[in-house]
Design a binder for this molecule. Structure first.
Ligand code: AMP
Length: 182
């Protein structure tokens, strides 16, 4: 099974993908986690990405597509994966289509986790991540609406897309996700 989890920052994509990955035995591929690890390790990628992440902007499509190609071609992702935080632009979505085609698999399923803006801001402020300052959070929402929201429409016509409202307990939302994937 190949899954994508879409949705605004703060909707719970990370939490839910970890649970879905565990339950369905999928590889959890979080581009945000890959970037944060690179920053911690002080690699060339980390040095390039740090400032962009701290401002709430997006790391370039070229870099992100390279990262995802590598991650997907890894042996442990072959049995299935859940992509968390990618694609975040239409360009990334189109490249992912090509990657999936080349793997001979275009049956990707999309979970779109939605939530109201005020709740997103509240959750992000409570999460205490370094890039969760008030100014960065505002910018991430602007960037999401301009660049990432159209990705939902990209998949609307070609893949199974399931819209899930992210209010409720972690387990309730997880049950709702697993139910639509059955
Ligand atoms: P996340 O953990 O998914 O919220 O990602 C944290 C930050 O990493 C984002 O605010 C972006 O700066 C960067 N990032 C993660 N995934 C992507 C992506 N697919 N495209 C561009 N930037 C990304």
């Amino acid at each position: 099974m190949y899954l994508i989890i879409l949705g605004p920052p703060g909707a719970g994509k990370g939490t839910q993908s970890i649970l879905v990955a565990e339950k369905l035995k999928l590889k959890h591929l979080s581009t945000g986690e890959i970037l944060r690890q690179a920053v911690t390790d002080g690699t060339e990628l980390g040095l390039k990405a740090k400032e962009v992440m701290d401002s709430g902007n997006l790391v370039s499509d070229d870099i992100m597509i390279g990262i995802v190609k590598d991650a997907i071609s890894n042996e442990d992702a072959k049995k299935g994966f859940i992509l968390d935080g990618f694609p975040r632009t239409l360009e990334q979505a189109r490249e992912l289509d090509k990657i999936m085609d080349s793997l001979g698999n275009d049956a990707i399923k999309v979970i779109n986790l939605t939530l109201d803006d005020d709740e997103l801001v509240r959750r992000m402020l409570g999460r205490g991540r370094k890039d969760d300052t008030e100014e960065t959070i505002k910018n991430r929402l602007v960037v999401y609406k301009a660049q990432t929201a159209p990705v939902r429409e990209h998949y609307g016509s070609k893949s199974a897309v399931f819209d899930i409202y992210g209010i409720g307990s972690i387990n309730e939302i997880n049950d709702n996700i697993l139910a639509v994937l059955k």
